[in-house]
Structures are given as structure tokens and as C-alpha cells.
Design a protein around this ligand. Sequence first.
Ligand SMILES: [Fe+2]
Length: 197
Amino acid sequence: MSTETPTAKTGGTGHYAVPGMAEGDGAKVAGMLQDRLNALTDLHLTLKHVHWNVVGPNFIAVHQMLDPQVDAVREMADEVAERIATLGSSPVGVPGALVASRSWNDYHLGRAGAIEHMGALDLVFAGVIADHRKVIEATEEIDPVTEDLLVDQSGQLEKFHWFVRAHLENSAGELSTAGATSEKQAARQAGADGETV
Ligand SMILES: [Fe+2]
């Protein structure tokens, strides 16, 4: 352990690029990937937190649904970190640097009903997926290999998001979290519609 905190903002300096790629582009893509690494690490920790704190009706369904998602998102974080290293930069995986550089807050709910957690996770997944898509668009020209990696991950993340949203949807296809702009609001709206109130 050291008192120095590595910088997570840039993903470290690129010292070489993959063949056929401009050196500056390698570092630029690595910087974008560092933010994705932070988001994925945050997500798999948050999913485990929900796995531990979910209570009430639907407990076992949600508790057991989340573990395969934790494993898959952890694997995604590993892939992104290794892509950063492949591009010649240094992936930053320490928690203090993650917290210092992230643009979002910790997940807000502790012990809560399954439906409230699903409501909050709807917003969590929406944020991660939207940001993945931005990096897909930004890397389309300069690094199709990174683009391809993130496209594959987005397919999995969107499917997990559907698993969450299926708990919040009525037979007309309407989401109880519609219009919510914060996790707390989404959890409240989901709870008001769900069985756990
Ligand atoms: Fe467990």
C-alpha cells in the first residue's frame, strides 16, 4: 500500500500503440476505456451489494439472478482493463482512484425490497449502457477492436437491464420507473407499484 494515488482519469500514459494505430489514438481510447473500467467495477460491486441487501417477496429470485450478472460484469471489467494494457496504457484498478475520478455517486439503497432495488438498478444500468454506447460511437473510426469489445458487452448489459426491467413492467409494457431521474425516485415509484410496499 502506498500513500500515492494513481491517476485513474487518463488510464495512464500510452507508451506504444497497436500496429496500424496512431500512438495518440491509443492513449485517447485507453482514457475512454478507463472510465468504462470504473463503471464496470462499480457495477459489479453494486450488484453484489444488492445481492446481499435484497429482502421481502421476490428475495430468492432477485438474489439468485444477480450472481451470474456479477460474474459477467467482472469479466467485462477484466476485458476492458486488458484492452487498456494492450493499447500501451496502464489500467487503474484501485478503489480510491475509481471514487476520485467517477462522475456518479454510490448506489443509494441499503436493505430494501426486491422491487425497490430493481427500480434503482433500472437507472444504474441505463447510465452504464448509455455511456458504453457513447464510447462505441467515439471508437468506431479510430479503434474498431475496442468498438467490437464494447458492442459485445453492451448486448449482455442490455439483456441484464431487460431482466431488471421485466420486474417493473406491466402487461401494457409500461415501466413503473418511467420519468424517474434519481435512484431514490425510481425505487419509490417501483415500490408504489410493486408488492413490497
Ligand atoms: Fe452470495
